[in-house]
Design a protein around this ligand. Sequence first.
Ligand code: TYM
Length: 333
Amino acid sequence: METVLSGIRSTGNLHLGNYFGALKNFVKMQHTDRCFFFIADYHSLTTHPDPAILHGNVTNVLSEYLAAGLDPDVATIYVQSDVPEVTELSLLLSMHAFVGELERTASFKDKIRKQPENVNIGLLSYPVLMAADILQHRATRVPVGKDQEQHLELTRRFARRFNQIYGVEYFPECQPYVFSGEGLVKIPGLDGSGKMGKSEGNGIYLSDSDEAIRKKVMKAVTDSGPTAPDSPMPEVIANLFTLLRVVSTEDTVQHFTDKWNRCEIRYGDLKKQLAEDIVKVVAPIRARIRDIAADEDYLSRVVRQGAEKARESAGKTLADVREIMGIKPFGRR
Ligand code: TYM
C-alpha cells in the first residue's frame, strides 16, 4: 500500500485543471491506499489574500473536494494550518535547502516577474513547505499536474539530502502519480494560453452553471481551419482536443480527429460536444457543492477528524526527525 498525498491552494474555486490534474486520480486512490488530501492555506498567503475572504476560500475548496467524491471516512482530509507540525518540519528542512536552488525554481522566477513588489521569503521557501507537506506523512505518491513536477523533484532532492547527511534511510523519494501513459496532465486554457489556472482567469470551474460552461467553451479561440488533409494541429486546436480527451468517450475523440484529418471539421460542432461533455462531469459535482457548503456542522466535523489523523501521522515523523537531527529532550540520553 502506498501513502498518497496531494493538496490544492485555497485561492478560489476549483477548476478543471485541479480536477483532472489532481483530484480525480485521488478520488480513485482513496479506496486502495493510505491517502491524505489537504487544503494549502499557508501556501495561499504568499500572495497576500484579503483576510476577510481566506476562510471562505478554504470552505469552498473543502466543499468542492467532498463534492468531487473525497470520502472523509476513508481518506484524511485536512486544512494545512490545522497541522502545526508542518511548520516545524519545514523549518528543519530549510536548514538543508539552499537559497540558490530555490531561486532557480520556475515558479519563483514566475512570481518575481508577476509581483516584483512582493518577493517575500514565503515565496522563496514555498517548495520547502511543500516538501514538508509531503514528507511529514512520508508519502510515496503525489497526484499532481505537470506544473508541480519541479516541486516534486525538489522534494526528492531534499529527502535524499536529508538521508545522506544523517546516514539514514528515513524519507522515501516520492513519485508523481501518472494516470495514463502520457505523463503528467496539463489542462490548457481555452483562451489560447498554455494552462488553465486561477490566476490566468481562464478557468472552467466545478461551480460553474451549465450555461456558463457552454458560453466559455463556445468562446474558445480557434483558427480558420485545416487547409490540407492530416495537417499538424495548431496549439489552440490541440488544446480543444486535450480537453476532449479528458471528458469525452474515445469514439467522440476519434470522430473529431477523423473530421480534422479530412479537413471536414466544424469547430462549432466540436465545441458543442465538448461543452455538453464538460457539463456531464461538472453538473453532478456542482449540485453536491451547494448542499455540502451549507452544512457547517458537517464541514467542521470533517476538518476536526482530518486534523486529528494528520497530526498523529505528522507528529510521529517530527519526533523521528528531531531525534535524527539530535534534538533531544533533557532527561534522556
Ligand atoms: P495548485 O493549487 O496550483 O493546484 C492544485 C493541483 O491542481 C493541479 N493543476 C493542474 N493540473 C493540470 N492542468 C492544469 N491546468 C492545472 N492547474 C492546476 C496542480 O498541478 C496541483 O496538483 N503547490 C501546490 C499545492 C501544494 C501541494 C503540496 C500539492 C502544496 N503542498 C504538496 C501536492 C503536494 C499548488 O499550488 O497547487
